[in-house]
Design a protein around this ligand. Structure first.
Ligand SMILES: *Cc1c(COP(=O)(O)O)cnc(C)c1O
Length: 223
């Protein structure tokens, strides 16, 4: 099926039609991104800094670029001038480095805090309890070139729907618990980035506001 057909089917299957679709274009050529762009997609996700920085100048300027991968501190500068949202902020050190880069170029950079919700050890992210305590610390008060607009999480890779559902539900509960705190002004919590090709319907049922979908649009990736 073509990218256009995949997109149409995907949108029709959305439990929540208002949920933002981020087309994950990692490893895919610029031509594929343009095909999705022509079908109306404006939000694209990449997981590697270099790949995003190479694709960005070749594509229309109204594309909103989402960094969904693990970001290294020394590479923030390559995407800071144009990135729309950084999904994978998994430590205070990284958040502070993003803030520093934002200050340099006089831009407030929007971020999501990645939370470790899966059973697997190899996934990145904040521990829930750690996050609940650290958000009220002075370190967060001092940040003025980042804006934390929500949370991101990746569920366990499993066929067990109940596990996936409870992990997504847990992230939603965590965001509500955070919202009840006296948070520093850097927080404007509203987005929940959860759900990929295999689990986006469950994620939407559990309150996702942004899904990151690659293979269901562009086909399988060959690395
Ligand atoms: C690759 C990737 C996706 C998209 O995965 P698909 O299964 O192809 O939809 C979503 N989120 C992150 C963080 C990714 O790295």
């Amino acid at each position: 099926m073509s990218i256009q057909e995949n997109l149409r089917e995907l949108k029709e299957s959305f439990v929540n039609p208002d949920c933002m679709l981020i087309a994950v274009s990692k490893t895919k050529p610029v031509e594929d991104i343009l095909a999705a762009y022509e079908a109306g997609v404006r939000d694209f996700g990449e997981n590697k800094v270099q790949e995003m920085a190479e694709k960005h100048p070749q594509l229309p300027p109204d594309i909103r670029w989402h960094m969904i991968g693990h970001l290294q501190r020394n590479k923030i500068k390559y995407i800071a001038p144009f990135v729309h949202l950084i999904h994978g902020v998994d430590s205070l050190k990284l958040l502070q480095a993003v803030n520093k880069e934002g200050k340099k170029i006089n831009r407030v950079l929007s971020c999501l805090l990645q939370v470790h919700i899966a059973k697997e050890e190899n996934k990145f992210g904040w521990d829930e309890q750690e996050l609940l305590t650290v958000v009220e610390s002075d370190a967060f008060q001092a940040l003025n070139h980042v804006r934390i607009i929500g949370l991101m999480g990746m569920a366990t890779y499993t066929d067990d729907e109940q596990i996936i559902r409870s992990e997504f539900a847990g992230l939603n509960i965590l965001m509500n618990n955070l919202k009840e705190k006296a948070l520093p002004p850097v927080f404007e919590l509203k987005e929940l980035s959860m759900g990929m090709s295999g689990d986006y319907h469950i994620a939407q049922e559990e309150g996702s506001t942004m899904v990151r979908i690659g293979s269901a649009i562009f086909g399988n990736r060959t690395y």
